[in-house]
Design a protein around this ligand. Structure first.
Ligand SMILES: Cc1cc2nc3c(=O)[nH]c(=O)nc-3n(C[C@H](O)[C@H](O)[C@H](O)COP(=O)(O)OP(=O)(O)OC[C@H]3O[C@@H](n4cnc5c(N)ncnc54)[C@H](O)[C@@H]3O)c2cc1C
Length: 512
């Protein structure tokens, strides 16, 4: 259905029912709704790391600042990432999971984080580590602070702030005649302004995680008993748990076997070790991995003591090896199966963590068990009474806190913009239930005349490129998008001469 009517909506400057119900809008219909129009050739919605790396590619490819609008509710591109890493126990001084294969602030990836750290801190240690990893040392990965400082510098260099328009986008609609309208509404906490429709030929959407996924039993406990203190999700601010354990010894139940669980265990055991606390930790894993495992003899992953070990969240070949090539050719059920074979929760093998856990096992303050939490209710002496279903029957435990580290992501329809794209934008779901994108990251079914809508990040997971929700994945997506835009005449391709010239500018921090 197309909305061409000049019928004014009930409230001037809002998306009324006629517009909301229409799949395509005309310029007249938007003007009649009293929504001011602004023209910008390329819009990116989200303004997090995915938007940032896409804008970085386009600026390096020669697109001027005036050609790009970043529609976002964030004041800085790293805000959400930093929040999620901080609450899940990676403050700026700690090391992140990924290595220098991707630098979100540097499309060339050179110099690497290890080289930069070696020069900055006048030490050969990072270079030595890179030389012998992963056999004789853990994988080298940079400190969060170095990653964020790099992004801050690059944002300044490319004039990122000049392209940002603050607000929230709930609607991106195809325009009759080609292109899209992205409707920007005031975001909570920003100064009030009227909605504005940004008219562009192309749109990129990278809105990150649709929402936090709380397990039903966790949600039930919190709502029924009004207790948001003793049962928390690792992706929420839960510093009060560590503060309370400092005041009074307690038992913490940790759920999950991924990197976030490793971080939380590290914090609990480090606080115990460094500050002489008497914290007891019970670790519940639904799938207890006790050795190397995998679907084929030639595709196995190391494991033990409950954990599946892997340096990065996928095998490295998804970013540029046989997995990338293979999955690019798969559709439907076969693609879903390939994801299932590669996927699964894993955590890096880090020698420091192994030592902490072995000491905890020996000392009896860290216990891991295979099982699922069946019920949580307010306890007697301890605040939470937990029933755990194990192979050998039910185990009852009284604990002071439960920290859930089992997952982050809600369904894509929890996000109003993604839900709207499925409902009215022509988008379809991929075999994993997210949004189906083409190999160029164009959102399938949403072309509008000569305009294209691209999606990268978590919303596109399940597509032809599995690593899409990582720094390197977002950069590979950005490169594909920039190349598609170059083919369609928006910018130049970044050829060898341009690449070298731009790298020299990057090295000398020359503004572009
Ligand atoms: C704890 C944690 C650690 C990670 N560590 C690594 C790592 O070490 N290496 C790695 O490669 N990857 C890592 N990742 C994965 C991934 O690279 C990051 O999550 C990355 O920030 C994703 O970028 P994004 O742009 O998709 O999402 P974000 O950076 O979250 O940005 C999207 C933003 O869009 C904004 N937004 C949402 N809806 C709207 C709307 N309607 N209108 C306007 N704005 C909106 C929100 O503010 C949102 O935050 C990690 C993820 C997490 C959670």
């Amino acid at each position: 259905m197309t909305c061409t009517a000049a019928a004014p909506t009930r409230a001037v400057g809002t998306v009324g029912p006629e517009l909301a119900a229409a799949d395509r809008w005309t310029d007249d219909a938007v003007a009649a709704a009293g929504i001011p129009l602004r023209d910008v050739p390329f819009v990116t919605v989200g303004g997090g790391i995915g938007s940032f790396v896409t804008v970085d590619y386009l600026r390096i490819a020669g697109v001027p600042r005036s050609g790009i609008a970043v529609l976002t509710n964030l004041d800085r591109p790293w805000r959400t990432y930093e929040y999620l890493t901080r609450v899940s126990q990676i403050p700026r001084g700690e090391r992140i999971r990924s290595d220098s294969a991707s630098r979100p602030d540097n499309i060339w990836g050179f110099p690497s984080y290890a080289l930069q750290e070696a020069v900055r801190e006048r030490t050969l240690a990072p270079l030595r580590q890179v030389l012998v990893e992963p056999l004789l040392a853990d994988f080298y990965t940079p400190r969060l602070g170095a990653v964020l400082e790099g992004i801050e510098r690059e944002a300044r260099r490319i004039g990122y702030g000049d392209m940002v328009v603050r607000g929230e986008v709930r609607t991106v609609r195809r325009r009759v005649g080609g292109g899209y309208f992205s409707v920007l509404a005031p975001a909570a906490g920003t100064s009030p302004f009227r909605r504005v429709a940004v008219r562009s030929r192309d749109v990129h959407v990278a809105v990150g995680y649709p929402g936090l996924r709380f397990l039903p039993d966790l949600q039930r406990f919190r709502l029924e008993h009004g207790d948001f203190v003793h049962v928390v999700n690792a992706y929420e601010d839960h510093e009060h748990v560590y503060a309370s354990l400092r005041r009074r010894p307690g038992t913490v139940l940790v759920r999950g076997g991924g990197i976030v669980a490793s971080r939380i265990l590290d914090r609990l055991l480090r606080d115990r070790e460094e500050d002489g606390l008497r914290t007891q930790v019970v670790h519940v894993l639904r799938t207890y991995v006790d050795g190397s495992h995998g679907p084929h003899p030639w595709a196995r992953r190391a494991g033990g003591d409950g954990f599946a070990y892997q340096g990065f969240n996928y095998p490295k070949s998804v970013w540029g090896g046989q997995h990338k090539a293979r999955i690019r050719r798969l559709d439907g059920e076969r693609r879903a199966r390939a994801y299932a074979e590669m996927g699964g929760t894993s955590t890096p093998y880090r020698r420091g963590w192994q030592r902490q856990l072995s000491e905890g096992r020996r000392g009896g303050w860290y216990r891991a068990m295979a099982g699922t939490v069946e019920e949580m209710r307010p306890g007697g002496r301890e605040p939470v009474h937990v029933t755990i279903r194990t192979d050998r029957g039910a185990v009852q435990l009284g604990v002071d806190f439960v920290i859930d580290c089992t997952g982050l992501e809600a369904d894509v329809t929890e996000h109003p913009l993604l839900a709207d794209l499925l409902r009215q934008g022509g988008a379809v779901r991929n075999p994993l239930g997210r949004l189906e994108v083409e190999r160029t990251f164009e959102l399938r079914g949403t072309a509008s005349g000569d305009g294209r809508l691209y999606v990268s990040g978590a919303a596109a997971l399940g597509g032809y490129f599995p690593g899409v929700d990582t720094f390197l994945g977002l950069q590979i997506a950005a490169q594909e998008i920039a190349e598609d835009l170059a083919r369609r005449g928006m910018c130049r391709r970044i050829g060898p001469v341009r690449s070298v010239a731009q790298w020299l500018k990057w090295t000398t921090d020359r503004r572009i």
